[in-house]
Each structure stands twice: as C-alpha cells, then as structure tokens.
Design a protein around this ligand. Structure first.
Ligand code: ADP
Ligand code: MG
Length: 595
C-alpha cells in the first residue's frame, strides 16, 4: 500500500472545523461558491504564469506535459455514491502546499470568522444585540473548510503544475514520475487528515479535484438541478468555463468591462456577492471608466456593513487588480488608500504590466497615479450621494463608515480637504443626533466670524453646560460638539477648512463681539467708575487685577497667565489654551488600540 502520512490540524483549524460542522450555519449552499472560487483562483494563478512565464517566489516552473489541458472547472454529481466533485485544471498543489494550505488557517477571512463566532456565541443569549438580523456569521465565507458543512469526508486530489518539490519526491520510491506528483489529502473534518501519493488507478491531470462525500442529510447536493441553481446564483461571473456533468453553466460576463449604463442592478447584486464573498446587498455601486491619462475600468461596491465590528480585526483590501481580464493581484494593497479598505471590487487597466513589481519604480509610480484617480472618483461619488441622497448618506453610509473617513482625514494627506467635506457633526444649534457638514456650519456663520469652533465634551448635556460655551451661547454662535478622542484628533490634524481655522472653544482668543457692543449689562455700567463694582457679584477692576496677581503667584509655573474675561456669564473662571488636551486624547487613543 502507498505510504500514508497522518497529520493533525493546527489548533485554530480544529476550532474552525468544529464551528463549521456543528454550528447553525444556515447558508450551507455557500460551500459550493467557496470551492468554485478556489478552483477559479487556482486557474487564475496558472493563467498568470502562462502569460508571464514566471511565478512569483519562483521555486516552481510549469512543466510542458499538461499545457494542452484547457483552463476550466468541471463539476460532477453522483447521486448513487452521494458525492459531488469539483475539479479544476489550475495550478494544483504539491504535498507540502497541501499541508500548509489545507492544514492551517492562513486566511484572514477564516480567522475573522473564528473570532466572530466566539463573539456570536457570547451574543447568543442576547440575540437582539445582533444588528444584522440573520446573524453576521451567515454573511461570511469560510473558504475551503465550508466543504465540511455538507460532507463527512473530503478528498483533495492534486497535481501541481510546477516541478516536484524535493520533499514530495522523496515520499515514493516509485519510478513513475507522474505518480510522485499527484497526491491525495483526506479528512473527515475531525482532528486529523492524511496525505498519500495518489493511486495510479485514478487519473489526475494538472490541477485539483475536491471530492465531497456528502452527509446523508445533505444528499440533495448530489442532485444536478440543485447544484446547477446554486452555481447560477453564486458563480455566474467566474472567468473560466464551468461544466456541470459536461454541460456549460456560467455566462462569464466581465461586467466591469461593460458600459456602466448597460449593467442591470441584479447583475451588480450577483457580481457583488461573487467578489465580496458576502451575502448582503451593496449599499452603493461605483462603476466607471477613464481613458486618459490612464486606461481604467473600475467597479466598486460599498457593502451594507463593514467587517471591523466586534473586534473582528482589520479588513484586508477588497479590490483585485486585472489587466484585460487577467488577474494581476487579488486583494491589492496599494491600489486604494488604506481608509478605502471597506470597498470591494475590481480594477482593470490595459496600462498595467502583468508582472507588476513594487520594486520597479515605474510600476509603483503607475499604481500611485491610478490610486489618485480612483480615490478622487470614490470621494466624488460620496460627495454626490451626500448632496443628492442626503438621507441615505447620513443614515446608511455615514453611520457605518464615518470612522474610515476620519482615518482618511488623518492619514491620507492628498484627500484630506475633500474628505473633510464629507464629515458630519452635531452642533450646539441642532438637536441631539442631528448632523451637519462643515460647509453647512460655515454657511450659517455670521459674516464677521472667520473661524470654526468646536468643543470636546463627554456628552451633549455636558457640552451645553460647559463654561466654554457661555460666550458662544450669549452671542448665539454655533459650536461643533465632538464627543470622542478620534474627532479631536481629526480636528487637530485638519487644522483648517476652506481657509478657516478649526479652533477649540477652550482657547483664550475667541472672535466674539466685545461685551460693551451688545451687552445688556452695558446699561448697568453707565456712569460707573472703573473702581466701582459693575454688579453685586462683580469685582472692581483693581480688585480683579489683585486677584489675578494672587492667583498667578499661588499657581506659579502651572499657569502662563491669569486674566479677566468677558466670555463667561455664570461660571467664575475657565482654563484656556490647554493645548495638551488633544495630545492627551491621542495618547489615550493609542493606548486603547494597543490594548
Ligand atoms: P483562500 O481561498 O481565501 O486562500 P481557502 O480556505 O478557500 O482560503 O483556501 C485555502 C488555500 O488552499 C488557498 O489559498 C489555496 O492555496 C489552497 N487551495 C484551495 N483550493 C485549491 C485548489 N482548487 N487548487 C489549488 N489550491 C487550492
Ligand atoms: Mg477560497
């Protein structure tokens, strides 16, 4: 018998498998989408190698023997044996690749799933805390392991397109070159899996076959018509032919290359689910093409929710880079600025070389140019949504993605000013929860007010009662209220908006009208001598000066200056220009991120 290597799954993988097989994961059919997507990824990798003649990391080179095998996905159902097999003629896996790819979770999506599931368990007793109704977990793809939702045994037969790696060749003493190269990975989805050379009786071309031995209660997945309808639903956009029991099923539209006006909403909904691995509907679609100075065809989606909730970790880029339908890079990192990582979709450009390398200055310059153009488009799309569909912008987009925009203001200097126009704040004028943009704030300012004022407070109530508000309230000046250190950090980073300074209300210099100009107290003051109190509770000027001197000598270096003010109406004193406030908050923010 061929040597069989028994191995154990990594602890995290066991955990995931346990969740996948035993949880109430209702959307079981998504396993097919995941396996077809892996088949398509494997074919994309091979096509890339064939187009460039190289494979990054180059320990592998394709062998000629299978070069005539077409790039395709073949799916077969067998009701008699209750199996479903997904075969691709893609890059395949060596034995060591099987160990590292199928035995461990490298994929951040699966990691996020495990984290999310732990949280879901914690939330289970309080299901009203689940804001997505159907449960956030049902909206995630879990990759290869999802096969174990429907199968009690999975066999993966594979032959790598590359040369045999050394560790694989030593497994068998058999002389038949072919048999060294094809391996079978088998597991029942419990703690262990095994890998052995594939028996010579089983034919295996270049690529991979995933054989699902279906659970008895999942027998409907070995029925052709069921499988066909699932394929139509999730895999219509796969860029390689899919054959089900010999018949072609997918229509293979690269809709991102089509005229944006000609693409129907259902196609977007379908394509969105395909590129994002999510099950919701896109909140918004950004589809455009540009010819000059660069050729760009882009199709972006904003999901209805983002995946950084509940401590599920930082999202990866959701955008893939293509050149004339050939995948250059999945989850491309620098094609969009980091704050755009919630965006899912594709960018296709004829100007991009297939063998793009960040080491080559001309390539990274090209990507930089594209990033600028794409970011501008995304911001202008959001600006339009804000103007034309303000309600949707506020209640759907901003509610979900405000933090990403704020991150952009702080980190993406090129987009800082246009992004600042997309921010919304509560102010002293509106009601609680009523948000306005900086443009709206400015449009309501009296002409003599040149700057924008904000006040950082723990809550609206405390902001309204704050001594810093008194002068503004007296003169009916609007003040922006911010309640988080992040917002204070945004203000400190932004510094100006359309030529106006963003100033905190705790400054000593405020452009408020002087008291004597329009103050009711002015009447009382008439005829008053400087040294006579202006009212029962006020001090004379001399007393005030003496008091300030006393204050200053007592506090010594703790204050720079102590002076009288007309900005207060009921509080006795305020501390101003305490500029370390923003810094303190930044420190608090960094600390909370580390923890
Ligand atoms: P992901 O596709 O996000 O990487 P999966 O759990 O779906 O995560 O798959 C894990 C890994 O297993 C893939 O990254 C790939 O390296 C490998 N793999 C899975 N299916 C195939 C296949 N059909 N052909 C080649 N490699 C595969
Ligand atoms: Mg996958």
């Amino acid at each position: 018998p061929p040597p069989k290597d028994e191995m154990e799954f990594q602890a995290e993988t066991r955990q995931l498998l346990d969740i996948v097989t035993h949880s109430l994961y209702t959307d079981k059919e998504v396993f097919l989408r995941e396996l077809v997507s892996n088949a398509s990824d494997a074919l994309e990798k091979l096509r890339h190698i064939q187009a460039t003649g190289t494979l990054s990391g180059a320990t592998t080179s394709t062998s000629a023997e299978n070069d005539d095998v077409p790039l395709e996905i073949r799916i077969t159902t067998d009701e008699a044996s209750n199996t479903l097999t997904i075969t691709d003629t893609g890059i395949g896996m060596t034995k060591s690749e099987m160990i590292s790819n199928l035995g461990t979770i490298a994929r951040s999506g699966s990691k996020a799933f495990v984290e999310g599931m732990k949280i879901k368990k914690a939330l289970d007793d309080a299901s009203d805390l689940d804001p997505f109704g159907q449960g956030i977990i049902g909206k995630f793809g879990v990759g290869f392991y999802s096969g174990f939702m429907v199968a009690d045994q999975v066999d993966v037969r594979s032959m790598s397109a590359g040369k045999v790696a050394d560790d694989d060749a030593t497994i068998s003493t058999d002389d038949h070159h072919h048999h060294h190269r094809a391996f079978v990975w088998e597991s029942t989805g419990t703690g262990k899996y095994s890998i052995s050379p594939l028996s010579p009786d089983i034919r295996q071309d270049r690529g991979t076959s995933v054989v699902l031995h279906l659970k008895p209660e999942m027998a409907h997945f070995s029925c052709e018509s069921t499988v066909e309808s699932i394929l139509k639903k999730y895999s219509n956009f796969v860029g390689f032919p899919i054959f089900l029991n010999g018949n072609r099923v997918n229509t293979m539209d690269a809709i991102w290359l089509q005229d944006p006006k000609s693409v129907e909403e259902e196609k977007h909904s379908e394509f969105y689910k395909y590129v994002s691995h999510m099950h919701d509907e896109p909140l918004s679609t950004i589809h455009f093409r540009v010819d000059a100075p660069l050729d760009i065809k882009a199709l972006f989606y904003i999901p209805s929710f983002h995946q950084e909730k509940y401590g599920m970790g930082r999202m990866e880029s959701g955008v893939s880079l293509y050149s004339r339908k050939i995948l250059i890079e999945a989850k491309c990192l620098d094609i969009l600025p980091e704050w755009c990582r919630f965006i899912k979709g594709v960018v296709d450009s004829e100007d991009l070389p297939l063998s793009i390398s960040r080491e080559k200055p001309q390539d990274s310059a090209l990507v930089g140019k594209m990033r600028k153009a794409l970011t501008r488009k995304i911001i202008s799309h959001l600006t339009t949504m804000m103007k034309k569909d303000n309600d949707k912008y506020k209640t759907e987009f901003y509610k979900e993605y405000a933090l990403f925009l704020k991150e952009g203001v702080c980190q993406d200097f090129d987009s800082q000013q246009p992004l600042s126009k997309l921010l919304l704040f509560e102010t002293s004028k509106g009601m609680s929860g009523e948000l306005v943009s900086l443009d709206e704030y400015v449009s309501r300012c009296p002409p003599e007010q040149k700057n924008i004022y904000y006040l950082f407070a723990p809550s609206r109530e405390l902001a309204l009662q704050s001594p810093y508000m008194e002068g503004f309230a007296k003169h009916k000046r609007e003040v922006i209220f911010i309640y988080s250190g992040i917002d204070e950090f945004v203000m400190a980073n932004l510094k100006t908006f359309e030529g106006r300074n963003l100033l905190s209300c705790d400054r000593s210099e405020l452009e408020l009208p002087k008291s004597e100009e329009n103050d009711a107290q002015k009447e009382d003051k008439k005829g008053d001598d400087d040294d006579v109190p202006t009212s029962k509770t006020s001090l004379s000027k001399l007393e005030a000066t003496e008091f300030c001197n006393w204050f200053q000598t007592t506090l010594k270096s703790k204050v720079a200056k102590c002076t009288t003010t007309d900005r207060l109406s009921s509080s006795p004193a305020v501390i101003t220009d305490n500029e370390s406030g923003a810094l303190r908050n930044l420190m608090r923010l960094l600390e909370s991120q580390e923890g």
